[in-house]
Ligand binder design. Structure first.
Ligand code: CA
Ligand code: CA
Ligand code: CA
Ligand code: ZN
Length: 356
């Protein structure tokens, strides 16, 4: 772990100096009565999922959080939707908190930061959780299908934390750590953690078995990838790295190139399991990814699969087994997408040694 205190203190001083000129009270706590900007849609700079995925440059490194470590072309200008108009990063689907540092506040509705500024991760947290929720809604969750995480989700950026992120279910919250590449600089870390909350929302208390835990890790990785790919399509962003690769940027700190925290093509089966949820989750992930590719081949499309997969998760038991969860997925595929889709689901799970 690195010690970023010195860098951050000088940045904070710069921020205070800069804002003193414009007369904005940057040091006020989030609860003070600042004038809201009254707008629910603002503009921000974010990474296009992450700088490795959008550039294909596997040689990028954190370089102690330096702004110069990534090209300026890593950033896209995007709308921040569903804000509450307070000027802070709070809205219908997300509330961003920062355990230290100044909360991002934009009276002019422009959240333009670079990666060396703490507020950049706050903006990433807001944008990507809102984006994930909008993706779920685009599949019908909250309209034709039951809503999932139908409330403002709390994102806490932990400025000096270890290189780890996690989700807690009461209240719904993710904490994004700052070791190596700051976790919230990679959309796939943020959405992975949101994926755990998706399971908790669908099946309260979910995760009471090794298999349930492995499915949880796997789904987080899958959701991260699919939400990122859908966003790339929505906004016209480049995808220059392998599609089936979670956390290309965060994992530059701890993997060899090409950087992926885990893979969807390990060919692991249940016979290879180590009873470790992240490792074993790759057994499930490969099935999810191959079913996705199969849905595309069948002309059903990836979003039909995502809808079926997520809808099926309502039927998973708290402490489900791989086998029971695969059966629930099969039955949902049969009901929603027909015989060929169901057959595909059964075959791809069977290839991983998961039968029912
Ligand atoms: Ca950063
Ligand atoms: Ca990290
Ligand atoms: Ca990726
Ligand atoms: Zn996880």
């Amino acid at each position: 772990m690195r010690n970023p205190v010195k860098t951050r203190s000088s940045l904070a001083l710069l921020a205070v100096t800069a804002t003193a000129v414009t007369g904005t009270l940057l040091l006020a706590p989030a609860t003070s009565a600042k004038p809201g900007n009254g707008t629910t849609t603002a503009t921000a700079h974010v990474f296009m999922v992450n700088p490795v995925q959008s550039s294909g440059d596997q040689s990028l490194t954190d370089d102690n959080d330096a702004a110069t470590a990534v090209p300026t072309t890593s950033y896209a200008t995007v709308p921040l939707r569903n804000l509450d108009g307070s000027g802070y990063l709070r809205g219908k689907w997300v509330t961003v908190e920062s355990s230290t540092g100044t909360p991002a506040y934009a009276a002019d509705g422009r959240y333009f930061y670079t990666r060396d500024q703490d507020q950049f991760e706050q903006v990433m947290g807001y944008f990507w959780v809102n984006q994930a929720q909008e993706y779920l809604q685009s599949l019908g969750f909250g309209s034709t299908l039951p809503g999932i995480i139908d409330e403002p989700f709390s994102v806490k950026i932990n400025q000096y934390g270890a290189d780890n992120s996690y989700q807690t279910d009461k209240p719904y919250r993710i904490r994004l750590g700052k070791g190596g590449v700051d976790d919230a600089e990679d959309a796939e870390v943020i959405v992975h953690e949101y994926g755990h909350a998706v399971h908790q929302s669908q099946v309260p208390g979910y995760g009471g078995s090794l298999d349930a835990g492995a499915i949880g890790e796997s789904f987080g990785d899958y959701l991260a990838v699919t939400v990122g790919l859908a966003a790339a399509q929505q906004y016209g962003w480049p995808v220059e790295a392998e599609q089936a690769c979670p956390m290309d940027w965060d994992s530059t700190s701890y993997t060899d190139s090409p950087h992926c925290i885990r893979r969807f093509d390990t060919n692991l089966t249940v016979a290879d399991r180590r009873n470790q949820v992240h490792f074993d989750g790759q057994i499930w992930s490969q099935a999810l990814w191959e079913i996705r590719l199969g849905y595309v081949k069948l002309g059903l499309g990836a979003t039909a699969w995502d809808t079926t997969l997520i809808d099926s998760q309502f039927d998973y038991a708290i402490g489900t087994s791989f086998s029971a969860a695969a059966l629930a997925t099969y039955e949902t595929a049969l009901a929603r997408d027909g015989k060929n889709a169901a057959k595909l689901v059964k075959e791809r799970f069977a290839a991983r040694g998961i039968t029912f």
